[in-house]
Design a protein around this ligand. Structure first.
Ligand SMILES: Cc1ncc(C[n+]2csc(CCOP(=O)(O)OP(=O)(O)O)c2C)c(N)n1
Ligand SMILES: [Mg+2]
Length: 365
């Protein structure tokens, strides 16, 4: 038997259109409609301002633990806009801009982080799944949706967000394997923000890239600059067009960075250097996109200020509406979970009821 080199496809594209300094590669610029570009910009700014507000609200005890997306806005906002309402978007937990774009009121996002059940409920007719905290559990769900589309012969696609840490879970591999075999219309977008809480990307996988895992599953793979909305948009659009024309699944690795804490329960100073964060601060997607939009004469100082004011008002309105929705009985979390409560929960319920009796119902509870 001979020993020889097997010919396998072993290269993956990397795409970057707006560079780290905000300069565009003219040949690669998809020259998107200014309206769409402004919409992506608004989504990114809304995600950022909502994020900042949520951190403050958590510190004030007005919502529970919060997982910010600061630094990752370009990745999730530029991908979601590619999807049509009939398509499905399957979320992880750092994509407020995508929820907003798909029609979720911002106060629903606040409700999730405030611990309200209603924060998990998509608005009527919106083909989205809610926030998924169990890491990578959403990837088989997305694959199942894509399988259903495939079986029904629908011409739609599914976009699924997942983290770099999520790629170490069996769920991620099983879903990609199945999707590859059946050529399902699925786009798995890995938001490689370099960290899974305190575990760096290098300890997550020995692969040089996450995108190359596509090769093993026989699906398309591409790595993009995840802090450049144009690169994310182009790669997602290509993937969706391919999925809808029977070309199957794509794995996109968007290289980005979590500029903030993992969640408000985390102190990243314990595991990463200030110098690393400072390096990525310089690659912040928002100033880069602003520079591009100014050069294309789509934004100027006055419109930046106007949009900023509108977004702050929108976020403030959402906070007000969220705080006005306190007619939920906090005992519900005990009363509607199990048919028969075990003794331990009976005791916890009594303790909680006594606490409410003593201190009143507040959003900190
Ligand atoms: C199945 C499971 N294991 C552990 C956790 C605890 N946990 C929450 S977030 C996280 C890290 C996730 O990292 P990554 O997938 O890179 O997403 P990121 O937080 O960076 O967006 C872990 C381990 C969890 N939520 N679910
Ligand atoms: Mg991560």
């Amino acid at each position: 038997m001979p020993r020889k080199k097997l010919k396998i496809k072993a290269s993956i594209d990397y795409l970057s259109i707006i560079d780290g300094k905000g300069k565009v590669d003219e040949a690669l610029d998809p020259k998107l409609d200014p309206k769409l570009l402004l919409h992506i910009y608004r989504l990114m700014m809304t995600a950022r301002r909502l994020d900042e507000r949520c951190i403050n609200m958590q510190r004030q005890g007005r919502i529970g633990t919060y997982g910010p997306c600061r630094g990752q806005e370009a990745t999730h906002c530029a991908a979601t806009v590619v999807m049509e309402p009939e398509d499905w978007v399957v979320h992880a937990f750092r994509e407020p801009g995508s929820f907003y774009h798909r029609g979720w009121p911002l106060e629903t996002v606040l409700k999730f982080w405030g611990g309200y059940e209603e924060g998990c409920q998509p608005p009527e007719g919106v083909n989205d799944t809610p926030i998924a905290v169990p890491i990578a559990s959403q990837v088989p769900h997305a694959m199942g949706l894509a399988w259903a589309m495939h079986c029904k012969g629908d011409n739609h696609a599914v976009l699924c967000y997942c983290g770099d840490g999520g790629t170490s879970e069996g769920d991620f591999h099983e879903a990609l394997n199945f999707a590859g075999v059946y050529k399902l219309p699925l786009i798995v977008l890995i938001q490689n923000n370099q960290w899974a809480i305190s575990i760096p990307r290098e300890k997550q996988t020995a692969s040089e890239t996450i995108a190359q895992k596509a090769i093993a599953y026989g699906v398309e793979g591409i790595q993009v600059d995840g802090n450049d909305p144009l690169s994310v948009y182009v790669a997602t659009k290509e993937a969706v067009d391919r999925a809808k024309s029977g070309g199957g699944t794509t794995l996109i690795e968007a290289v980005t960075y979590r500029l903030g804490v993992h969640t408000t329960a985390d102190d990243p100073k314990k595991y990463r250097s200030d110098a690393e964060v400072a390096k990525w601060e310089k690659l912040d997607p928002i100033p880069r996109f602003q520079k591009y939009l100014k050069e294309r004469k789509i934004l100027d100082k006055a419109s930046i200020e106007k949009i900023e004011k509108e977004i702050l008002a929108e976020v403030a309105g959402a906070v007000e509406r969220y705080e006005a929705c306190r007619d939920v009985d906090p005992m519900d979390c005990f009363d509607y979970l199990l048919a028969e409560m075990p003794q331990e929960l009976v005791e916890q319920r009594a303790e909680f009821a006594a606490c409410i009796e003593r201190e009143g119902v507040g959003l900190g509870h």
